[in-house]
Design a protein around this ligand. Structure first.
Ligand code: THU
Length: 136
């Protein structure tokens, strides 16, 4: 369970944004479209979708697309408060290990909202990524 529960209004706003951007996914290989939205400490919301590649390993997940887009727009001093993830198949979908580490870089206190096996779930980033790596 997340230490800081997201207010339902914030959840709904992030989920709306994630569902909208999910439609832009480039997922011809997995056919699994994902959308993510992040809430920053300055109140701004950024979103991203998964972008796959014929060379599969080059795929970028929705969560990282959203975070990289925020950094590109605002610079590296962003602070992620919350992340919402959704997919077009109603499947459980928590952020992958690589995305957890990237979320942790900019949101060591972030709450993650995602579809779990038994419905929507919230978790603190450190529950999903205990002892994440930091250099500073
Ligand atoms: N994917 C995401 O974008 N985010 C997740 O949280 C899980 C997986 C994408 C990567 C790939 O394009 C597809 O879902 C299937 O793995």
């Amino acid at each position: 369970m997340a230490k800081k529960l997201l207010p339902t209004g914030v959840q709904a706003k992030l989920l709306r944004s994630a569902k909208k951007v999910m439609k832009n996914a480039h997922a011809p290989y997995s056919k699994f479209r994902v959308g993510a939205a992040i809430l920053l400490s300055n109140g701004k919301v950024f979103s991203g979708c998964n972008v796959e590649n014929a060379s599969y390993g080059m795929t970028n997940c929705a969560e990282r697309t959203a975070i990289f887009s925020a950094v590109a727009q605002l610079g590296p001093r962003i602070e992620i408060r919350a992340v919402a993830v959704t997919n077009d198949q109603g499947l459980p979908c928590s952020p992958c290990g690589a995305c957890r580490q990237v979320i942790y870089e900019f949101g060591p206190d972030a709450t993650i909202f995602f579809p779990g096996a038994n419905g929507p779930k919230q978790a603190h980033i450190t529950e999903l990524l205990p002892e994440g790596f930091r250099l500073q």
